[in-house]
Ligand binder design. Sequence first.
Ligand code: UD1
Ligand code: UDP
Length: 375
Amino acid sequence: MKILTVVGTRPQFIKAAVLSRAIADFNKSSSNRINEIIVHTGQHYDKNMSDIFFEELQIPKPHINLAIGSGSHAEQTGNMMIALEKIYLKEKPDLVLVYGDTNSTLAGALTASKLHIPIAHVEAGLRSFNPNMPEEINRVVTDRISSLLFCPTDTAIEILKQEGIPNKRYNCKVIKSGDVMLDSALFYDKQTTGSWLKRHNLKKDQYILATVHRAESTDFTEKTNNIIKALDKISKECLKVVWPIHPRTKAKITQNNELQKLLEKSNIDIIEPIGYLDMLCAEKNSRLIITDSGGLQKEAFFHKKLCVTIRTETEWSELIELGWNKIAGLEQENIIYAVKQMLSTSSEKLPYPDLYGNGNAGAIIVKELANLGSN
Ligand code: UD1
Ligand code: UDP
C-alpha cells in the first residue's frame, strides 16, 4: 500500500513523526507493507521551524519539498495544489494522509479529492466555531471530504456526529484514535535533558512560558500591543516570562515601530523558536503556560501544568471544563487577571482523565490505514 503524507508546518512534523515510526513498526511485523512518501509543502522553511524537527525527531527526510513558502491564503494554498497534483498523478498513492488544520492540510486534501484519492485526516472533528479563523475553514472542508477521520477525543466524535458525519451517503469512517501529540510527548519526553534550563539560566517553576502566533493575535496591532503589555506586566509583577517567538509574530512586531519599541523595553525574555525536545523541557519545568497554540494547550495538560489561552475560544474545550485551562481573550487586563487567578490555583485536586487516549494513537491509525489497503 502506498501512502502519501503531506506536511508543511512545525506541528505537522511532530505529528508525522509519530505515524512514520508507527508505520516502520507495522512493517516489521506485517507482510502487507505500507510504503510512505513524505511531501513537505515548504509552508514553514526556517531551520528552527522545519529542519530541526526532521533532525531531532529522526523523521525520514521528506522525499519531496515543494518549497512553496509564505504568501496570502489563496496564493499559498493554490501553489501547493498545483504542485501536489503533479506529484499525486506521478506517484499514484492509494491514500493521502493529512494532519490538523493548516493551509498544507487543505491543499493536500482538496487536491486528493479532485483526483478521487481517499484521504485520511488525523485530528478530525475539532472546531472553534469561529468562522473567521482560517484553520476553521481548513478543518471543516478537510473533514467533509475525508474517508478516514481520526478523532483525538470524544468531543471531536460528538461534533462530527452533530454535523452528520459519518453519513450513509458519504463513504467515510470515524475512528477515535486518541491524540498523536500525546504519543509524541510520551515518546520524546525520555529524550529531554535539563540543558535548555541551564542554557537560559532558569529554574524549575520560576518562569512562565509563553507562545503567540495566531492571526487573531498578530494581525491587529491593538491586540499584539495588549499581549505585549500584559506579558510585560506579568513578567514584572508575577514571574519572569520566557517567549520563544514565532517568525510570524516577530515579523509583525518588527514591521511596527511602536510594537518593536514596546517589546524592546519590556521585561519579557524573547528567544528564537526552539526545538521540540527543548520545548518539552521548557514546558514541564514552567510554572504556567500562556499561549494561543493548540499544541501547547494540550502539552500543558500532558505535563500537568495550568494554562491561560489568549484567544476567545478553543478547540480543546474539555480542558476548560476541567479547570486546566482558562480562556482569557485578548484584552490586557483580562490576560493579567486570568494569569493571576491561575497562579493562585492548585492543580493537584483537578481531575485528570485520559482525554487524549493512552499514547497509542499512532498504532491505532496505522492499523486502520492497513485495513483500508487490504480491502
Ligand atoms: C501556520 C498555520 C497555523 C499553525 C501554525 C503552526 C495556516 C493558515 N496557519 O500559521 O494553523 O498553527 O502554522 O506554527 O496554515 N514565517 C517565517 N518562516 C517560516 C514560516 C513562517 O518567517 O519558516 C513567517 C512569514 O512571515 C509568514 C508568516 O510567518 O508570512 C506566517 O506563516 P504561515 O505558514 O503562513 O502561517 P503561520 O502563522 O505559521
Ligand atoms: N513548538 C516547538 N518549539 C517552539 C514552539 C512550539 O517545538 O518554539 C512545538 C510545541 O511543543 C508543539 C507544536 O510545536 O508541539 C505547536 O506548534 P504551534 O504552536 O506552532 O502550532 P499549533 O499547535 O497552534 O498549530
